[in-house]
Design a protein around this ligand. Structure first.
Ligand code: GLN
Length: 392
């Protein structure tokens, strides 16, 4: 057999469907409600800080594990918000986005045969993250409409091979915000099986209806077994900057930093300086961010409801999961292609977030978009009709 092939690992997953939908959207000139990135400007203060850093010649490598001002800002803000002490020198590692933070974390802690518990639906990247790091995923279902999990099902997914569980709260794609009770249930299992919690908290500040974000690191007995991931992308509307980080127990930081170093050396130095400025924005920046997104959520929920989708109201993050059965298509990919090509709106097929078939009846929309973008999507979706109904 020819050796001119991809590796076994690389053939076990497909290209990112989220990113593919953005490309298809460009091809067909659609309204892009697929890949989650804002189409409005980032805050002026942080753009100015980035330009100033470049002009001040902060243009060479930062320290591999992150420029001190950013690491200290990450530690300071986590302590200020959640009351848990974080030592920047021992616990914070800056990476190229939380995507790299997740990959470096997984490669730093996983041995072949180790199992990782993942809630399904899950953010698309976690599947390839598991394959590339050699982990065996164990999926536990989040049940709509409220995306709750069955504690017995979760308990049954843990065993002595369980190395870690991945939590993403607020959650992509469902908008679920894990409650204290749920996090305590998870924490009991982590402690029982000596497992690590990897907590992707990239939507920390994008939370609605008076909900509060709870980092699992703050649950009793979890600080020394939790790796928290976060980044600038969503909070400061700079998804293209690729600046993220991990906060890890000191015992795991060395492994994460080594993997990170040999994967990427480091994240963009001037953007890390701007990141330190961003983390110093006043509290009302975050209040307004959440209030603005809540308003956009309500607008898109109304649009999707009027165009016959069954919607699941998100309590956080900036996505809406929908059920598409009413449209009578064979599956989600076929419907997503129709929607972008013939209707002119791009969304992400639900199957991108599932290992099982449950995603084939679902589609994810994002609402991190200007009002006029959402209104244009509304206008285009007037073409949509439920199966069996004809337009006059
Ligand atoms: N997190 C975003 C989403 O789910 C963007 C993903 C990406 O392309 N990195 O759409």
């Amino acid at each position: 057999m020819s050796k001119l092939t991809g590796s076994k690992k690389a053939t076990q997953f497909t290209e990112s469907v989220i990113r593919e939908m953005t490309r298809l959207n460009h091809l067909y000139g659609g309204v892009n409600l697929s890949q989650g990135f804002p189409d409005f400007p980032a805050p002026t203060a942080i753009k100015d800080a980035a330009c100033a850093a470049i002009n001040a010649d902060i243009n060479q490598y930062a320290v591999t594990w992150g420029a001190r001002p950013l690491r200290e800002a990450v530690a300071r803000e986590f302590t200020r918000r959640y009351g848990l002490e974080v030592v920047a020198d021992e616990q914070v590692t800056v990476c190229c986005g939380s995507t790299e933070a997740m990959m470096s974390t997984m490669m730093a802690i996983i041995d072949p045969g180790d199992e990782v518990v993942i809630f399904e639906p899950f953010y698309e990247n976690y599947g390839p993250d598991a394959i590339l790091s050699g982990a065996t995923p164990r999926y536990v279902t989040l049940h709509e409409p409220d995306w709750s999990f069955d504690p017995d099902e979760l308990a049954a997914a843990f065993n002595d091979r369980t190395k870690a569980i991945i939590i993403n709260t607020p959650n992509n794609p469902t908008g679920k915000v894990f409650t204290r009770d749920e996090l305590e249930t998870i924490a009991v299992l982590c402690r029982k099986w000596d497992a690590i919690a990897i907590s992707d908290e990239i939507y920390e500040h994008i939370i609605y209806d008076g909900q509060r974000h709870i980092p699992i690191a703050t649950i009793e007995g979890m600080a020394d077994r939790t790796i928290t991931l976060n980044g600038l992308s969503k909070t400061y509307s700079v998804t293209g900057w690729r600046v993220g980080w991990t906060i890890s127990p000191p015992s795991l930081t060395g492994a994460i930093r080594k993997v990170h170093d040999f994967l990427t050396v480091g994240a963009a130095a001037p953007l890390q300086e701007a990141g330190a400025v961003a983390l110093g924005l006043p509290d009302d920046y975050y209040t307004k961010l959440a209030a603005n997104y809540q308003q956009r959520r309500n607008v898109l929920l109304d649009i999707l409801d009027r165009h016959h989708f069954t919607t699941y109201k998100p309590l956080g993050a900036y996505y809406i999961m929908t059920d598409i059965r009413v449209f009578g298509f064979d599956d989600d990919v076929e419907f997503a292609r129709y929607l972008v090509k013939d209707v002119g709106v791009a969304a992400v097929p639900g199957s991108s977030f599932y290992k099982s078939n449950a995603g084939r009846t679902k589609l994810r929309f994002c609402f991190c978009k200007k009002d006029e973008t959402l209104q244009e999507a509304d206008r285009r979706m007037q073409k949509l009709v439920p199966a069996g109904v004809t337009l006059h």
